[in-house]
Structure formats: structure tokens, C-alpha cells
Design a protein around this ligand. Structure first.
Ligand SMILES: N[C@@H](CCC(=O)N[C@@H](CS)C(=O)NCC(=O)O)C(=O)O
Length: 219
């Protein structure tokens, strides 16, 4: 039975998992959550009533949450690229950076993007201002952290980089990374040059009109 991935190519959390799948050439069947496809949407909701994507179905087991899906792939479909290091101490560092990108880059970025979809009278000005402030602090911290690192945790590409790639990609669109943060810009460029993320970005390219704030003419 092949694995099924309920996902959309433009979704940041789906791209996080796609990078992991592509890193080890793991075959899977796309169950594209395209707007208007009620059949796939109903399957998705039956599997995960919280209706967040991505969702992976492997041998009848439903796996949710992008980081957990990547952990699942490492356990059940290991390949030459280990996204969670074998050494538990190094693995903890990777998980910490994964949390950083999820909580302090993805979450505020999504807040700004989601606000752009709301009707003007329902916009959350204070929430968006706080999200922008959080992103600026996260960029500053990351700039210091990346001064001596190639990837999020040292020399090896990991789960944390799978999280970082779409997070920084869209965060820079939603709330531009200041030009002073040259290490963050350089890291974002390295992520964009990684073939597996470049593939995910290319597959999402036809869907850029979905970006509610207007996708910039770059990347
Ligand atoms: N904590 C989840 C977050 C997933 C998530 O927020 N996915 C977004 C797409 S990037 C989604 O499903 N949005 C649909 C919605 O909010 O209804 C994970 O790590 O997988």
C-alpha cells in the first residue's frame, strides 16, 4: 500500500514535509487538497477533524503534524539523508530549532497572512503588530545564531532546515527580513538553492495567486 499525503503544494507546512520526502526519494501518492475538491476534503476531514494539512496515511496509520510526519518517515522509511541525528543530544538541538521555526517564524507569519484574508472590519491590528514584532526579534536572534552555521544545526541538513525553508520563504514575503540581517538572508538563499526545496517552490509556483498579500515578483 503506498503512502498518501493530503496536502497542497503552496502550503508552508506541506512544503516542510515535501522536502523530507524528496530528500530521500520516498514515493507517495498525492491527495491534493485543491479548493473545491469536496471528495478529497471529506477524506481529509474524516482522517483529521482539525482539518490542518499535511496529513500522511501510511499502512492505514494516520500521522499528523509536519514535524511528527518527518519523525515518522525517519523511523519507517529511512534513507541516506538522516533528518534527525542519531545522537540524542544533537537530535535535541534539531528539535529545539524546529520549535523555533514553527513557533516564532511560521506562527507569526501565518498570523499576518491569515489577517490578509479577513474582511477589513474583522482585521486584528494589534495581533498583526505583535506578530511583526515577534518576527523582528526572531530574525535578530537567528542572525546571531546563523553567524557560524551553514544549516540550522551545524553542518548537516535536518528537520530544522525543513521547517526553516518554507517559514523563512513566506515570512520574508509577509514581513521582509531587514537588510541588516545578512546571515538570515544568506541562510534563506542556501535553503532556496537546496534542490529539494527548490523543487517544492517550483511545484507551488502556479499557485502564487493564492497568497493573499500579493506574492512578490522574486524567488
Ligand atoms: N501544527 C500543524 C500546522 C499545520 C497548518 O497550519 N497547516 C495549514 C496550511 S500551511 C492549514 O492546514 N491551514 C488550513 C486552515 O487553517 O484551515 C503542523 O505542524 O502540521
Amino acid at each position: 500500500m503506498s503512502m498518501k499525503l493530503y496536502a497542497h503544494p503552496f502550503s508552508s507546512y506541506c512544503q516542510k514535509v515535501l522536502i523530507a520526502l524528496y530528500e530521500n526519494d520516498i514515493p507517495f501518492e498525492w491527495r491534493m487538497l485543491a479548493p473545491g475538491d469536496e471528495q478529497v476534503a471529506a477524506e481529509h476531514e474524516a482522517l483529521w477533524p482539525l482539518k490542518r494539512m499535511p496529513v500522511l496515511v501510511d499502512e492505514g496509520r494516520t500521522v499528523v503534524e509536519a514535524s511528527i510526519i518527518i519523525e515518522h518517515l525517519g523511523l519507517h522509511h529511512p534513507g541516506p539523508v538522516r533528518l534527525i541525528p542519531e545522537d540524542p543530544r544533537a537530535a535535541l538541538d534539531v528539535r529545539m530549532m524546529d520549535r523555533f521555526f514553527n513557533n516564532y517564524v511560521m506562527t507569526p507569519m501565518q498570523k499576518i497572512v491569515a489577517d490578509g484574508i479577513r474582511a477589513v472590519e474583522h482585521r486584528d491590528r494589534q495581533g498583526v503588530a505583535e506578530a511583526r514584532e515577534l518576527l523582528d526579534t526572531a530574525y535578530r536572534w537567528l542572525d546571531d545564531t546563523m553567524a557560524v552555521r551553514e544549516w540550522a544545526v551545524g553542518d548537516a541538513f535536518s528537520l530544522a532546515d525543513c521547517a526553516a525553508a518554507p517559514a523563512l520563504f513566506y515570512a520574508d514575503w509577509a514581513h521582509p527580513i531587514g537588510s541588516a540581517f545578512s546571515k538570515v538572508h544568506a541562510y534563506r538563499r542556501r535553503l532556496l538553492a537546496r534542490p529539494t526545496f527548490a523543487r517544492a517552490v517550483d511545484e507551488a509556483r502556479p499557485h502564487r495567486a493564492l497568497f493573499p498579500l500579493g506574492a512578490p515578483d522574486r524567488d
